[in-house]
Design a protein around this ligand. Structure first.
Ligand code: ADP
Length: 268
């Protein structure tokens, strides 16, 4: 049933903070290294890859030795600015180990609302892909946008990854989280929760099953992942939500194996 995933070409991978930072707050270098290895190998297979990475605040907290996520917005922004530079340095180093060039792209979600910005972003991403460079995309946490809900904004790249998929017309969005997929309820709270293998429509019942409460570092939670899936389904595209530990799971997903939750419209 998932055989079609073997032939996808343009892939957006989103990695959450919880896959990049250990529970003790230190950076998961092995996870990042494996991610660089897997994504570079996919590039070597001729696929086009874009990475949407959270983690700036988590990495900033590790660098500045802050143990509690700051509440104040300017402090979050400052920590994110420190962390983003550090995160890119780590990514560059790991990807270069496998001879893969990367580029940093910082976006705000409203790019889709402004035709000029939208086309600038598309042009940049398309050019990078044409040059064989792997874009590493994050939300620009320094740019304040009044309409944004700042309590949700940070660390929640789920929606941004769906927007990026939409902009580049990706064949699939692979969303890596700290959980094996979408369950009938939060499995960290109820061990009898059942994993959905496939979801074709996001309705209110499903949204209610995603309690919205995330991990210590991730802030998006399951609701924002479902909202991203909603956007992807509206584009008649595909999303797979799976556990990013280990990142090699991406190979299994693209081999058509039944891992994680597949979000795919009925008609396709
Ligand atoms: P990430 O940082 O990897 O993006 P989040 O912590 O933001 O991940 O979101 C994943 C978390 O969502 C899970 O660890 C789990 O605690 C929570 N969650 C809430 N409802 C559900 C559900 N129905 N199925 C799976 N996970 C859920």
């Amino acid at each position: 049933m998932r055989n079609f995933l073997k032939s996808v070409n343009r892939i957006v991978v989103k990695i959450g903070t919880s896959s990049l930072i250990h529970p003790n707050g230190k950076i998961n270098l092995d996870g990042i290294d494996q991610l660089a290895f897997v994504l570079t190998d996919l590039r070597n297979q001729g696929k086009e890859i874009l990475l949407v990475s959270s983690g700036a605040i988590g990495v900033g907290m590790a660098k500045l030795m802050i143990s509690q996520r700051p509440c104040e917005i300017p402090l979050q922004q400052a920590v994110a600015a420190v962390g983003q530079a550090e995160l890119m340095q780590i990514y560059n180093q790991r990807f270069l180990r496998y001879s893969q060039q990367t580029a940093q792209v910082l976006l705000t979600r409203d790019v889709v609302d402004f035709p000029e910005s939208r086309s600038n972003v598309i042009n940049t991403l398309e050019q990078l892909l044409a040059m064989g460079i792997l874009p590493i995309i994050n939300e620009n946490d320094t740019v304040a946008v009044d309409e944004m809900d700042h309590t949700r904004k940070f660390g929640d790249n789920d929606e941004l990854s769906a927007i990026v998929s939409q902009l580049v017309k990706a064949d699939v969005l692979i969303m890596l989280s700290d959980i094996d997929g979408f369950y009938s309820e939060n499995p960290t709270k109820n061990k009898h929760a059942v994993l959905y293998s496939t979801v074709s429509v996001i309705n209110q019942t499903l949204l209610d099953q995603a309690s919205g409460e995330g991990s210590r570092f991730g802030t998006g939670g399951m609701v924002s992942k479902l909202k991203a899936a909603q956007r992807v389904l509206a584009e008649k595209s595909t999303m797979v939500l799976a556990n990013g530990k280990p990142p090699r799971i991406i190979f299994d997903i693209l081999a058509g194996k039944e891992v994680g939750t597949l979000f795919k419209g009925e008609k396709i």
